[in-house]
Ligand binder design. Structure first.
Ligand code: HAM
Length: 418
């Protein structure tokens, strides 16, 4: 789990979050904030009891009443629960929601993989139309474009068909894998028995080699599933969203069917998925709601942000003004200035510690102040203050009552008054 404490980092997070929010609100999504703790059973019933997330990675706890709770490992189940609780219960069976916040998985930490990580996610309820899948994927594409990562990520799509298609494929794949399993690790052999589809995203080299000859899910799709997938692709082409088909994408959560997709960034190494999602037409019903289809995806903030160079944004453009009083009377006079300067839109810091000009100047430089207002007994006698341009190391005496007008004249009004 990570602390986020560097100002440039925090600023980058704010910026990415603001871009996402703008795009999603523009597409009619409303924000939903759900608790980070839910009943553990919610994730067991949605993500799936035999998934890594539920079997090995959930942070579970018991409350004082003996109720089994879990820190949410993902957002979809919580959003579906809230949708059923507050919307379908009032006969509203469609809706578009987005959410952002921390998720928790007890995974083996490594570069790009955390035990607390932040997602921004979207869920669309009420339509099984393939063009909705394409629309959502296009929103993801627009996001990557707006944060300047269009060339860094590759969109990969696949179809898992219906559960009947998957069952047939599962058998065929299992049969194939059994013929070559002598070359695999014991874990993979175990997986072939219980969850052969997950063998497809194994990182083992021997597995990857053999998989070249494995049957493809696309050959097992029903006519309906095939048409759905074709229409998604048509939509993406219409919207000029580049993609590749990767028949090995199966996803690590059980609720998906038909469309599944992931954006991958080669630069990230092993943990290269920056965003992922898919369609889930049975989840709302499985969680106690009516028969309402859904589709959505979530992006991993840490991974997205790590791809953006921090200098991309530069420093916050708000002018920074450092007020230094060289005695207690000066501190009091500058104290009066604080509110007015802040209301005018500047970031203002009043340094009341000690009286040493040298140490105050050092702190002002560290804070990256643009301007310093220095007031001491000498200037005060004349009704003046020292007005210093920190970047150019130049200064002049100005009348104390002209601080605000001087600062305003130094900045383009638009920036200053933002
Ligand atoms: P997911 O693929 O498990 O899907 O996670 C989505 C994204 O969260 C990943 O692509 C990755 O960027 C990020 N992520 C996942 N685990 C970690 C981790 N341990 N450390 C850092 N980042 C991580 C879901 O969670 C689904 N709920 C997505 C969805 C929404 N499907 C439909 N709607």
């Amino acid at each position: 789990m990570e602390d986020l404490y560097q100002p440039e980092q925090v600023r980058l997070w704010h910026w990415v979050e603001a871009r996402a929010r703008k795009i999603l609100e523009g597409a009619g999504f409303q924000e939903l904030r759900t608790p980070v703790i839910e009943e553990a059973g919610l994730f067991e019933r949605s993500v799936g009891e035999h998934t890594d997330i539920v079997e090995k990675e959930m942070y579970t706890l018991e409350d004082r009443n003996g109720k089994r709770l879990a820190l949410r490992p993902e957002g979809t189940a919580s959003v579906v629960r809230a949708f059923v609780e507050h919307f379908t219960s009032h006969n509203v069976s469609e809706g578009r929601f987005y959410y952002q916040g921390p998720m928790y998985r007890y995974e083996r930490p490594q570069k790009g993989r955390f035990r607390q990580f932040y997602q921004i996610g979207v869920e669309n309820f009420g339509s099984n139309h393939p063009l909705v899948d394409a629309e959502l994927i296009a929103l993801g594409h627009q996001f990557f474009k707006e944060v300047g990562l269009e060339d860094q990520v590759e969109l990969q799509i696949n179809s898992l068909g219906s559960s009947a298609c998957r069952e047939k494929y599962r058998n065929a794949l299992q049969e194939f894998l059994r013929t070559v399993q002598q070359d695999f690790s014991p874990e993979t052999r175990e997986r072939i028995q219980h969850n052969p589809l997950r063998v497809l995203d194994s990182k083992e080299e021997a597995v990857q080699n053999h998989l070249q000859k494995a049957p493809s899910i696309l050959d097992f799709l029903s006519t309906e599933a095939r048409e759905h997938f074709a229409e998604v692709q048509w939509g993406l082409k219409e919207l000029e969203v580049p993609f590749v088909i990767n028949t090995r994408i199966v996803r690590g959560l059980d609720y998906y069917e038909n469309s599944v997709f992931e954006w991958k960034a080669a630069r990230l190494g092993a943990q290269n998925a920056v965003a992922a999602g898919g369609r889930y037409n049975h989840l709302v019903k499985d969680l106690g709601g009516p028969d309402v289809p859904g589709v959505g995806f979530a992006l991993g903030m840490e991974r997205v942000v790590s791809l953006i160079p921090p200098e991309r944004l530069g420093r916050d453009p708000t002018p920074r003004v450092y007020l230094m009083g060289l005695d207690s009377q000066a501190n009091r006079e500058l104290f009066f200035q604080l509110r007015e300067l802040r209301e005018a839109g500047a970031q203002v810091y009043l340094d009341v510690e000690g009286t040493s000009l040298k140490s105050k100047m050092r702190r002002a430089a560290k804070w990256e102040a643009d301007w310093a207002i220095i007031s001491g007994p000498e200037e005060r006698g004349k009704g003046m203050v020292m007005f210093r341009n920190m970047k150019e190391s130049t200064q002049e005496e100005i009348p104390a009552d002209e601080i605000l007008s001087r600062l305003l004249s130094k900045f383009p009004t638009k920036t200053f008054l933002l």
